[in-house]
Write a protein that binds this ligand. Structure first.
Ligand SMILES: Cc1cc2nc3c(=O)[nH]c(=O)nc-3n(C[C@H](O)[C@H](O)[C@H](O)COP(=O)(O)OP(=O)(O)OC[C@H]3O[C@@H](n4cnc5c(N)ncnc54)[C@H](O)[C@@H]3O)c2cc1C
Length: 284
């Protein structure tokens, strides 16, 4: 393994200033559960790692007008947060099945998104919750919808000097139900496929539907065509069967060590259908 320098800046400005100075030959490190693995595998050879751990601006979890999480929020904290369990259970469920407690004690939500794996467990719940990412770098601050953040496997809209600072989710509307589901080869494994659904119901009719599927395309997907078909209708078994078929049409998975493409297609349809059912039950 190539030797690298290790920096521990105390402020955001110092962190992206360092990255600018190192001319892109460095990497930010949060929990390190992706970046260190990739260095050990020889897939990354940075001259330096710039740790985000000492930067207090990247920490903190607040639930006043919606949910606001610093990018350094640990999955262990998300999993244990009672307000998340009550108001944003899809996110709490995704956190509680990511890897294992040892990984969740160091892995961050920002790292999960910035690593940009199509299977990232935090992505589908944040997609259906319409999260916004705050990004900061030498050019200033900007906000990006999670839908526009991912560009391909391992690729995001971030410039190399930019840091994701916060993730915010709008306040939960009355009558909302949501769910996250995942299937892996074994418990604690990275997803073969995952999915999230958010449903708002009024008088038995679906007023809002948000659907997302992961590990079935180069980026985590929002299933907008299918959302449009569900909205304005009563969610009944026939509609759910049609949804499962349409998911199979809209995904484009690959075959890899975890699964065949065909299995991913079939199972993602089933996961989305079950996630809608679960969300509907929770919407009351
Ligand atoms: C055994 C094991 C099991 C795993 N299981 C799962 C699983 O079930 N589901 C799943 O989704 N993932 C899984 N992972 C992957 C990993 O744990 C998660 O993606 C984790 O959330 C990464 O967060 P981190 O803080 O460790 O990121 P790091 O490894 O520190 O960083 C990841 C990438 O993001 C960049 N980065 C980090 N934070 C920022 C920021 N704020 N701004 C800009 N760039 C940033 C880094 O430069 C790096 O490129 C697993 C990993 C291991 C080792």
């Amino acid at each position: 393994m190539k030797k690298f320098d290790y920096y521990q800046p105390e402020s955001l400005k110092e962190a992206y200033g360092l990255m600018e100075k190192l001319n892109g030959e460095a990497r930010f490190i949060a929990g390190g559960t992706d970046v260190i693995v990739r260095i050990k595998q020889g897939a990354l050879h940075p001259d330096a790692l710039i740790s985000l751990r000492r930067i207090s601006a990247l920490k903190g979890l607040g639930n006043e007008d919606g949910l606001s999480m610093g990018s350094m929020t640990l999955f262990r904290d998300i999993e244990r947060d009672p307000a998340i369990a009550r108001d944003y259970p899809a996110l709490g469920e995704a956190a509680s099945v990511l890897a294992n407690p040892q990984v969740r004690n160091v892995a961050t939500i920002g790292g999960n998104l910035c690593n940009a794996a199509p299977s990232a467990d935090a992505a589908p719940p944040l997609m259906v919750l319409e999260a916004t990412l705050t990004i900061e770098g030498p050019g200033g601050q900007r906000e990006v919808s999670i839908e526009d953040f991912f560009r391909g496997p391992g690729e995001t809209c971030l410039e190399h000097t930019e840091v994701v600072t916060r993730i915010t989710i709008p306040k939960k509307r009355k009558g909302t139900g949501m769910a996250f589901l995942k299937i892996g080869r074994v418990a604690q494994d990275i997803a073969i496929a995952n999915a999230a659904a958010l449903i708002v119901v009024e008088n038995g009719v679906c007023r809002k539907c948000r659907l997302s599927a992961g590990a079935v395309a180069p980026v985590p997907l929002r299933l907008k065509r299918i959302e449009g078909i569900v909205e304005g209708r009563k969610i009944e078994p026939d509609l759910l069967d049609r949804v499962a078929e349409m998911v199979q049409e809209d995904v484009s998975p690959i075959t890899d060590v975890r699964s065949t493409a065909q299995y991913r297609k079939t199972v993602s349809g089933i996961l989305v259908k079950r996630a809608i059912k679960e969300a509907l039950d929770r919407a009351g």
